[in-house]
Design a protein around this ligand. Sequence first.
Ligand SMILES: [Zn+2]
Length: 617
Amino acid sequence: MRSFQLIRRKAFIVIVVLTTCVAVSAQSRIMLNVDASEAARGVIHVSEKMTATPGRFAVFYPKWIPGEHSPTGTINNLVNLHVSANGQSIAWNRDNVEMFAFWLDVPKGVNSIDLTFDDVEDPGSTHSGNLARIKWNRLVLYPRGVSQNKISVSSSLKLPSGWDYATALPIENRSADKVQFGPVDLEMFVDSPAIIGKYFRKVPLTASGTLHEMDIAADSEAALQYTPETLAGWKNLITQAHLTFGGQHYNSYRFLLTLSDIGGSEGLEHHQSSEDGVGINGLKPGEPLIDLGDLLGHEYTHSWNGKFRRPAGLATPDFEKPMEGELLWVYEGLTEYMGYVLPTRAGLWTPEIFRETIAQDAAMMAQQQGRNWRPVADTARAVQFTYPSPRGWRNERRGVDYYYEGGLVWLEADVLIRKGTNGKRSLDDFLHDFHGGNTGPLVKPYTFNDVVSSLNRVMPYDWATFLRQRIYDVKADAPTGGITNGGWRLEYSSQPNVRMAGSEQERGYRNFFYSLGIFVTNDGLITDVKPDSPAWAAGLAPGMKILGRNNQPYSNDALATVISAAATSTSPISLQADNGGVIGNYNMDYHGGLRYPHLVRTEGQTDYVSQIAAPKQ
Ligand SMILES: [Zn+2]
């Protein structure tokens, strides 16, 4: 009910202008000093002065985090909170219901309070011994109930000795290991994180005009090396994004890239930067570089789609009001799609990688049993628990399908426009219409109807029905119209999908979903079972551990050999598995061999998929 109210709500556009370094029309001011000199061991010290009013007064720790679309504020990391005014200690009390709010009694005549606290980060989260992510939302308390655009934040950052830093914040001055930033409003402040590190490299991506920079902090000097082809691809990414969207909505743009196997892993969008954190081998040619192309393309796209154009329900005035995730199939789905298209147009991906990635997504969505009971829109509305949903039973439960299925719907829309206009128009025209123009960082909220109106300006069509059927209806079949109308078809063969094989090697599991119907880690743990599959019929379930044969340790390669051999045999595949100490035999009468998804060309049909992948001129 609520969702239909939302999508039928009359469109309203509120344009909120974010300021960068001009004075904010502030209702409140915060002076924040962040001491990150101990960031390498996960401790950051904060001291803060904030305007306050006498009497009952509440401060708030950011709870609903932009880009995470969820109440993921790290309140457990806030320790050692002390409040005072004019040198006199003030007692605080956490709200009984809202755990992120702290109540104070501010004495008469006092108009500012001092707060100190520490942020303690879990090992392996935001830092390693050589680098750290500085996420300001974890390092600030603000007056509860005041809009983020009415709070001016001036800040400073103390670095570990000899470390460098990068951020989109305006810099006033730097002395030795301390940086002073100019005032911005709280929204822009939280939206402008920093990376700091010992091994650091700043790589300009544009020679003139707007600054675009790849800022890299790594766990070693050697990890900072990249090839000339990689640099050319990064520069092409900027060019292709501008040709694709038309214009930009930032004053400068920084990719805040960390390379570490210990900490700093991230993928989070901001208006004028993105947090991109991968493994220490992230710049090594092969799978890591393909993954990085995806990540950079995705987060960069968000500057247009997500930060500039944002679903009205996600454009909240502060960090306390709950966010509504329903339109994440646009925010994340379209970004997922463009996060494949742009790296391909930029040369960071080959057209084959583009097609294999689409095949992987289409196969994953096609076999998703959860699609029989819940629509994609529901996975978006439920974002608070779809992000952290467990791996086991995900096939029944569905995961963040608004990314992958959303992406397939946008591919279908792209092909539909190309076909319907005889190649004269494409989804790029929608992107120009919906996301185009040149501005500084703005938020321009939208509704379902705004998306439909823009698509109609590009090509008149019943887009409302097109989208409702694919996104809001329970639908047994995955939306693969973009593939079939695009001159290709989804087929399975024993040849590994190069995208799947690469990510499996990186992440330590094997996908036997399209054959036996199981996901298995490299040491034999079953993480998911597909209902109606041979594994399901045999009684296997997530959490069981497949045992090795002939007293050998379990190996996915050995299981693959068994599945292949069974293709030319009539004997069932027999596995032994441990279910919490109960050892059982599980027999599967399966003879289909290994199966992996691919796009196969349908000769005679126009190849729109390759046209989409081609660089724009
Ligand atoms: Zn995203």
